[in-house]
Design a protein around this ligand. Structure first.
Ligand code: NAD
Length: 369
């Protein structure tokens, strides 16, 4: 039986609360098989700043590099709003993404039938939605140089960010998109702004070439990113895998998130390149939501995004897609039975807390095992 090493980084706010529910699921899988998991836990974010004056320590970075996958909760909160920029809680997450070169951010947007009314869009527009937004995560305008604010000396300042992409960065994210699409409905839409941006022209050219060279069995469509934003709210089901750069991905994935109704439902994965020797890829799995300081410590957090993030680890890091499906089915069944945390409840629906929702999902998993 294979043993996979997981580094658990619960973080701040509701991070530890939702991570506690994942730990129960991990224990269950370890006992039941097919594979075992060994876990180690470390500090990240504000709690790490309190203990070590940095958002993540070098020792934790070493553990992250050695782990088979990282399961991350959430970081941040008002307590750390005034800490120096370089050691703010989010710096821990950014360092993990950068040092592990996690260039591919996979965000599924799934609308469970039982929750179709939680979306701000009409039921028929979102019911049964199951799409993936694939965002390039380590390049583009968030990292390009120069990145400066210059005093022009005439009472004006100039802010500069630089959007920059090299061929290899577009090539590798395109391959992730086509590979993902092959496991799904074999459709990729690539979003850029080739009409006004040189990086958009190159993006379009490289995605087209990768498609022609290696993935002709997958349907490819190019869409302008602004039009894509409109299409996502008009008829999101037209997409399957939607690949885009860091900036547009940031925005489009948040639009897709809102189609589903609640932040507490959304998992994500950030993947690096496949190591040619071990054939494994560095990977970090985390809910899309933040540390939710407004509900932290109250036992109200929805653990579904966190549990579904572990499901993504089973699927994308350990080849245990069948078990990931079981997690998704367990989530669907507790929702179909009417169980709701506060964030996904409608009107006067009765609600349950974090541990009860975690226990209910675990109960469904046990019943299905
Ligand atoms: P947030 O995602 O923490 O919360 C937004 C709203 O959604 C809040 O009302 C919150 O109660 C609710 N919510 C979020 N997750 C929930 C869950 N699992 N169950 C029930 N309700 C949930 O975003 P925010 O309020 O903008 O940010 C709060 C802090 O989190 C900030 O310090 C921010 O920097 C940080 N943050 C961290 C991450 C991360 O760690 N990846 C991501 C986003 C924000």
């Amino acid at each position: 039986m294979a043993t996979h090493n997981l580094l658990l980084l619960p973080g701040d706010g509701i991070g530890p609360e939702v991570m506690a529910e994942v730990k129960r699921v991990i224990d269950f899988f370890s006992k039941k098989g097919p594979d075992k998991f060994s876990t180690e836990e470390a500090l990240v974010g504000g709690c790490c700043y309190d203990a070590h004056k940095v958002a993540i320590t070098d020792a934790t970075m070493d553990k992250a590099k050695a782990a088979d996958a990282i399961i991350f909760g959430a970081v941040g909160g008002p307590k750390w709003d005034k800490v120096p920029y370089d050691v703010r809680p989010e710096a821990g997450l950014l360092r993990l993404r950068k040092d592990l070169a996690l260039f591919a951010n996979i965000r599924p947007a799934i609308v469970y039938p039982a929750l179709a009314d939680s979306s701000s869009l009409k039921r028929d527009v979102v019911e049964g939605l199951d799409i993936i937004i694939l965002r390039e995560l380590t390049g583009g305008v968030y990292f390009g140089e120069p990145k400066t604010i210059t005093d022009l000396g005439n009472g004006q300042k100039r802010g500069i960010d630089t959007q920059v992409y090299d061929t290899f960065e577009i090539d590798r994210i395109a391959r992730v998109a086509f590979d993902l699409a092959r496991t799904r409905r074999k459709k990729v839409a690539s979003a850029e702004k080739r009409n006004v941006m040189k990086t958009g022209v190159l993006w379009n050219e490289v995605v087209t070439r990768v498609h022609q060279e290696s993935y002709k069995d997958v349907a490819l469509e190019h869409v302008l990113a602004d039009n894509c934003a409109m299409q996502l709210v008009r008829w999101p089901k037209q997409y399957d895998v939607l690949v885009t750069d860091n900036l547009f991905g940031d925005v489009l994935s948040d639009i897709a998130a809102m189609l589903t109704g609640s932040l507490g439902m959304l998992p994500s994965a950030s993947l690096g390149a496949i190591d040619s020797k071990t054939k494994l890829r560095k990977a970090l799995y985390e809910p899309v939501h933040g540390s939710a300081p407004d509900i932290a410590g109250k036992g109200l957090a929805n653990p579904i995004a966190m549990i579904a993030s572990f499901g993504m680890a089973l699927r994308y890091s350990f080849g245990l897609g069948e078990w990931a499906d079981k997690i998704d089915q367990a989530i669907a069944s507790v929702l179909a039975k009417g169980l709701r945390t506060k964030d996904i409840a409608q009107g006067t629906e009765k609600t349950i807390g974090t541990t009860d929702m975690g226990a209910a999902i675990l109960g469904e998993l046990k019943a299905a095992a």
